[in-house]
Design a protein around this ligand. Structure first.
Ligand code: ATP
Length: 456
């Protein structure tokens, strides 16, 4: 993890948040190549799950929704974590994380899911678990705090003007459900996909971009008639789709992934089944993607709180009912952390990111062999400008070729194209492959086709 964090800063993927002001915990900035990688992952998700499917539509709802949304969804009372504070150094931490980390260090496993505040207090006290920051054993009792960020609409911070930054994108889908059904030709079963920023007041130190205050969430609500569709089968279909996306589209190794089903204590009360697709991060197998069968819980609650009929009328039978929903929910930033970790490769003294070419920030880099030979620079510039019309490519003429390869390897550029004196005579260039470090000559007029064929 330290190697990835350092590479991300060195090469412009991810910077610590607000660094010039001493930093802001659990927040990050995505640098020039980081923003490209993140966008490529977002595009991949949107293309696979929304654009290329005939049973899906997209949505972009507001970050600030009517506050009743979060009362109806249960987040105002339910999106809470149990917290303790060290009386000496004032470190605040999640009680479950404190306990789990303590037992993990002793190579013991403990499950604290579903335990009451009193139970958590008892475990901390019985084991005399110390503060990870200052080493004291002087905790406040466990208390609950809500993860929703509050703010106010308008200039007067009164109770009536209180709103929340969304804690998940999913609720926007339920709130717009009726408008989507009324305005489009969708018929059950169909899904709505939405991607955008969600906000959670996370207090535990977040393992790089795995857990942050704001994150790009990508969620789907897949609606169906529970009498016409067997939810168990549909659940399996979704499991397959998510697995395929991670292993094929994002190129992640299968051995680093597993499914884990939530037990009764852990599962949300409205969910009939929840399984997490977990990735083996350096800090253990952790949730990457949650898949939950949410029944008709959300639509029912929004119907109660809004007084608006959200039921669906079957176009054939005319029967009215509330659809049920299966929800695959993922954080794009977590996908990005996984992709970076999984593609990081050391081969002797060579370090490279073995990113699937489609995800790479730059598809190719173009170099003139020598910076001070105008005929080489001009020729290379022409190739660069031409490729730029179709691909994200980068220009580099600094240092020697070895240094340029080194820099491109570290940001995962699949192809480096060098223009040399032979190019001027023969009309071909050297293309060097990131993964094998082998080189081949490719005619200039075949370069676009060469790159395009490797992006499929
Ligand atoms: P965790 O247990 O890790 O806090 P969660 O169970 O609260 O996650 P969900 O509410 O199921 O998460 O959210 C769906 C997905 O959103 C998660 O699988 C994860 O990929 C992503 N996610 C949730 N919280 C964060 C966060 N603070 N930072 C980055 N991604 C997040």
């Amino acid at each position: 993890m330290e190697k990835i964090v350092s590479l991300c800063k060195r090469r412009g993927f991810v910077f610590p948040g607000s660094e010039i002001y001493g930093g802001l915990a659990n927040s990050y900035e995505y640098g020039p190549v980081g923003v490209e990688l993140k966008r490529n992952i977002q595009d991949e998700w949107w293309n696979v799950f929304v654009r290329r499917r005939s049973d899906m539509v997209g949505l972009d709802s507001s970050i600030i929704l009517h506050p009743k949304t979060w009362e109806a969804s249960g987040h105002v009372t339910g999106l809470v974590d149990a917290m303790v504070e060290c009386r000496k150094c004032h470190t605040r931490t999640r009680a479950d994380h404190l306990i789990e980390d303590y037992f993990k260090k002793k190579d013991e496993k403990i499950s604290v899911e579903g335990k009451s505040d009193g139970d958590l207090d008892a475990i901390i006290n019985e084991n005399k678990i110390k503060c990870p920051t200052c080493g004291s054993f002087d905790w406040t009792p466990v208390r609950k705090f809500n993860l929703l960020f509050e703010t106010h609409v308008g200039i007067v911070p009164e109770a009536q003007s209180k709103v929340y930054l969304r804690g998940e994108t999913a609720q926007g889908i339920f709130v717009s459900f009726k408008n989507i059904v009324d305005s489009t030709r969708v018929a059950l079963p169909f899904g709505v996909g939405q991607m955008g920023k969600s906000f959670r007041n996370e207090i535990t130190k977040g393992n790089f971009i795995f857990r942050t205050l704001e994150f790009e969430q990508a969620e789907i609500e897949y609606f169906f008639n529970p009498e016409a569709v067997d939810w168990r089968k549909l659940f399996e279909v979704w499991k397959n789709d998510l697995w395929k996306f991670v292993t094929e589209n994002l190129g992640v190794k299968k051995t680093h992934l597993r499914w884990r089903e939530h037990g009764d204590e852990e599962r949300s009360f409205y969910s009939a089944r929840t399984e997490d697709l977990e990735y083996e991060f350096p800090f253990g197998f952790k949730e990457l993607w949650g898949l939950a069968y949410r029944t008709d819980y959300d639509l029912k609650r929004h119907m109660q709180y809004s007084g608006i009929d959200l039921s669906y009328t079957d176009p054939v039978t005319g029967k009215k009912f509330l659809p049920h929903a299966i929800e695959p929910a993922v954080g794009i930033n977590r996908l990005m952390a996984m992709v970076l970790l999984d593609s990081y490769t050391e081969d002797g003294d060579r370090i490279f990111l073995k990113l699937p070419p489609r995800l790479a920030p730059y598809k190719a880099a173009v170099f003139p062999l020598l910076k001070n030979k105008p005929e080489l620079v001009e020729k290379a510039r022409g190739i660069y400008e031409e490729l730029k019309k179709d691909f994200m490519v980068v220009w580099d003429d600094r240092g020697n070729i070895g240094k340029r390869y080194y820099a491109q390897d570290e940001i995962g550029t699949p192809f480096c194209i060098t223009v040399d004196f032979d190019t001027l005579e023969k009309g071909d260039v050297t293309v060097r492959d990131r993964d094998t470090a082998t080189q081949e000559r490719v005619p200039i007029d075949r370069l676009k086709e060469y790159i395009a064929s490797r992006l499929k």
